[in-house]
Design a protein around this ligand. Structure first.
Ligand code: ADP
Length: 397
């Protein structure tokens, strides 16, 4: 049984075809620069090496048509016929309060998705465009929406309501939503398998540390707190995003630099974080190299990141009354041995004892804590596509 997973960004499309019997992708790829000059289409199928095409792709419908053509291309040998695709799972960034779970897409879901555009004006429109394109090209195939926000809908009001007049929550939907939910859900399920304990009995702190980064406190399989907020700008210092700030800084910079609301939003999302502090790059690999050569601002960016993560770990252990495991995932979490070591240093009061030798792994699912570590430390490569495919299969079977 094969599931097509689509992740439509504003000018990009990521896809995978997953064979649900083996749970492995049999084809995957990425189209970039959709609607811009010189679109690039990279496709990988089975043992086939990556093929890259340069072409013009004006919109998501055209992009999906090209992907489907490639999937039935006999040279790639992925599918004989498009009817082999059992269902399609779409990543949708924002489900607001309407969606606490993945859903089969129908007319009323489409209407609700339109209503969520206001909350994620950059992300939801391309997600919706991808769904509409599939409805047009493959009308008979069931489609499922899987939301980044859904997993965090279990938070209690004292976690998600901000210190603003309550009417702003009612009128504008201003509250903490949280993101990366598909990743936090996936790694928490894997943690339960690795620890051989039911999710319902576990207190987990899940650290999704990538270009975008967030931490979640997961008790009994439910998200009870997370670091991203109304938007993905909140919480940790990230590659290019500021993370949490004194809110008064926003208007102060707007006045000093003569920026309007749009420009300020763009500034906070693209020019800040590790890039802004280091002045070098948003990429943690570049920053680690610079820091190792003695660049003080690169080291400062790393120190802030580590310090931020540590503070959330302490906070989330406090709200859950301890933790059974600390999970590291996403680019930095899965690969940066030095960042994991720095974060876990001096956390013995929480029962966290990292095994320096075991910690030398990158991108593997492994327990990297010492045998006496009361709180286990797990490296778990995330797999949002598989999680989307599993939800899609469960809802459509
Ligand atoms: P996103 O999906 O948010 O774009 P990723 O999860 O792919 O992000 O993570 C990207 C980040 O992971 C980059 O900053 C990159 O430098 C970092 N990263 C990847 N590999 C390593 C590594 N070996 N050491 C340190 N950082 C790494």
């Amino acid at each position: 049984m094969k599931i097509l997973v689509l992740n439509c960004g504003s000018s990009s499309l990521k896809y995978q075809v997953i064979d649900m019997d083996t749970r492995n992708p049999i084809a995957k790829g990425l189209i970039e620069r959709i609607g811009l000059q010189g679109s690039v289409f990279a496709h990988c199928a089975g043992s086939l090496k990556k093929e890259v095409f340069k072409t013009e792709i004006e919109n998501h419908t055209k992009a999906i048509e090209l992907v489907l053509q490639q999937l039935v291309n006999p040279e790639c040998g992925t599918l004989k016929d498009l009817n082999e695709i059992y269902a399609i799972g779409h990543r949708v960034v924002h489900g607001g309060e309407k969606f606490a779970k993945s859903v089969i897409i129908n007319d009323s879901v489409m209407k609700a998705l339109d209503e969520c555009i206001e909350l994620a004006p950059l992300h939801n429109p391309p997600n919706i465009a991808g769904i509409k394109a599939c409805q047009k090209i493959m009308p008979g195939i069931p489609q499922v929406a899987v939301f980044d926000t859904a997993f965090h809908q279990t938070m209690r009001p004292y976690s998600y309501i901000y210190g603003l007049p309550y009417e702003y929550y009612e009128k504008y939907g201003i509250r903490k939503y949280g993101f990366h939910g598909t990743s936090h859900k996936y790694v928490s399920q894997r943690a339960s398998v690795l620890l051989k304990k039911p999710l319902g009995e576990l207190k987990l702190i899940s650290c999704h540390l990538g270009n975008g980064a967030s931490i979640a406190a997961i008790r009994g399989g439910k998200s009870i707190e997370t670091s991203m907020g109304f938007t993905p700008l909140d919480g940790l210092l990230m590659g290019t995003r500021s993370g949490a700030l004194d809110p008064a800084i926003v208007t102060y910079i707007m006045r000093k630099e003569n920026l309007n609301a749009e420009q300020m939003n763009d500034f906070l999302n693209t020019k800040c974080g590790a890039l802004g502090v280091s002045g070098i790059s948003s990429d943690f690999r570049d920053i680690e190299v610079s820091a190792s050569h003695g660049n003080i601002r690169a080291q400062l960016a790393l120190d802030i990141f580590e310090h931020d993560v540590k503070q959330y770990i302490g906070a989330y252990a406090a709200v859950m009354g301890g933790a059974d495991a600390l999970i590291f995932t996403a680019g930095v979490g899965e690969n940066s041995t030095s960042m994991r070591a720095a974060i876990c240093k001096n956390l013995s009061y929480l029962g966290i004892h990292l095994d320096m030798e075991k910690n030398m792994v990158r991108g593997e699912e492994v327990d990297v804590s010492k045998t006496n570590s009361r709180c286990r430390v797990l490296v778990i490569p995330t797999n949002e596509e598989l999680m989307i495919a599993l939800d899609t299969l469960e809802l459509t079977r």
